[in-house]
Design a protein around this ligand. Structure first.
Ligand code: ADP
Ligand code: CA
Length: 420
């Protein structure tokens, strides 16, 4: 029997889990590097193309090669993956659902129409009038409608500062996004104060299975560099249930009918979840697989591959939702592990001289993987540009307290130093 061929679109090689899962599933990969990336995994068929700027050529090449499935973890490429799946008769989310997930305006409209918790918001086309947005309750968050990775996202505290902030966000979008994406304008939404959580879910036969809920810190802005991810989150049962229900509602609102979903939300007053970002994909370029595998024992990457090539799931938890519960009583052995990702912050701008403490962290017994993206000699540019994150440190611990303490230790022991 020939092995199925999965097109893996615009993935970064440094994050290994999807390659390991393809091995486990007995699937060959057709690797389509992210434009500008020069590395490809060894012994893997490579196809060159650009889903964002030249989708028609890439679609034609895929139609020639006839893969059995297509998968991406790169947010802006999700609509292309949906389009290609539809054109080639492969499983996938609908083009409409994919578009709504990556367009922050369509996301807001879909969530509001479905009755999900929604902050006040307004949309502004490039160069357009700002007065409606200025009447929202401040502080607000301004973001490109077609943005990702917190590109250009900024908190604005006073209506007087809004026009200048909007024009700056438009300039970032014009510079860093394809023209058609920048033309979609900007979304301004009321700032929802509260801790941030990420939900990893999986949709099968149109129903949402929540796999994990993790804590993402409480970023205050004005810019939103990602920081920590710790799962399972320590939450009251009723609050956890509210989060699970809201994530499922968001999936239904967008019409996501199959595959992995990464959902981000803030918990207002510690109780009410407000979803602000939904990705119809594995989160964090694969980090969500690590989190789910280690904290909930579910092989998210393999399930995602299975769904992409039309195989039925084998390890999904029963409905309505199963979430690992941390051991409540001190002294009891934990039922599941606590998994974390620590993102090293750039902490400055200029040419990196050294990243102190990273090598020591990598040798810590709790650490399972370090992915380094920036190295000495690399240039970190100031906002509004995004130069990437220095490194991810992924670890596993017996308790939530041990994981939190480890992240505090990393805060104290890792420093990015810059040449003057
Ligand atoms: P991106 O798709 O670029 O990641 P997000 O919508 O996820 O954009 O926003 C990036 C970050 O900005 C979030 O992680 C969150 O911390 C913050 N943020 C976004 N929208 C809001 C909001 N309405 N209230 C509070 N914080 C927000
Ligand atoms: Ca986000």
């Amino acid at each position: 029997m020939t092995r199925p061929l999965l097109a893996l679109l615009h993935h970064r090689v440094g994050l290994p889990w999807i390659f390991e899962a393809a091995e486990r599933e007995g699937v060959d990969l057709l690797f389509i590097p992210r434009p500008g990336d020069t590395t490809a995994p060894p012994a893997t068929e490579v196809l060159i193309g650009d889903a964002l700027t030249d989708p028609d050529t890439l679609l034609a090449a895929l139609a020639d090669r006839r893969p059995d499935g297509i998968l991406t973890m790169y947010d802006p490429a999700v609509p292309f993956a949906a389009r290609a799946a539809a054109a080639l008769g492969l499983p996938g989310v609908s083009e409409d659902a994919a578009r709504r997930a990556v367009d922050k305006r369509a996301l807001r409209e879909s969530l509001a129409a479905a009755g999900a918790n929604t902050p006040g918001y307004a949309t502004v086309l490039p160069g357009g009038a700002t007065d409606r947005a200025a009447r929202l309750r401040f502080p607000v968050v301004v973001k490109p409608a077609a943005g990702f990775s917190s590109l250009g996202v900024v908190r604005v505290d006073h209506p007087d500062e809004l026009p200048a902030a909007l024009r700056q966000v438009e300039a970032v979008a014009a510079q860093q996004l394809p023209a058609s994406a920048a033309a979609r304008g900007t979304v301004v939404e009321e700032f929802v104060a509260g801790a941030e959580y990420a939900v990893e879910s999986f949709v099968h036969a149109g129903r949402t299975h929540v796999l994990s809920v993790g804590f993402k810190g409480e970023p205050k802005g004005p810019y939103f560099e990602e920081g920590v991810y710790r799962a399972p989150a320590v939450l009251r049962d009723d609050v956890l249930a509210a989060i699970v229900a809201e994530a499922a509602l968001a999936n239904a609102a967008l019409g996501i009918s199959t595959g992995p979903v990464h959902t981000e939300l803030r918990l207002r007053d510690g109780e009410t979840p407000f979803v602000f970002d939904v990705g119809a994909r594995i989160g964090g370029s694969g980090v969500s697989h690590f989190i789910v595998a280690e904290s909930a024992g579910i092989d998210l990457a393999a399930e995602s591959i299975r769904a992409a090539i039309g195989r039925p799931p084998i390890s999904l938890p029963p409905l309505p939702a199963h979430i690992g519960t941390p051991s409540a009583t001190a002294g009891e052995p934990p039922m599941i592990a606590h998994a974390g990702n620590y993102i090293v912050q750039t902490g400055g701008t200029g040419r990196i001289a050294s990243i102190d403490g990273l090598a020591e962290a990598a040798t810590h017994p709790a650490v399972r993987h370090v992915a380094q993206f920036l190295f000495p000699g690399d240039e970190v540019r100031a906002y509004p540009e995004f130069s990437g994150y220095p490194a991810f440190i992924l670890s596993v611990h017996p308790t939530a307290a041990a994981l939190e303490a480890f992240h505090q230790h990393l805060d104290d022991s890792i420093t990015v130093r810059y040449a003057r």
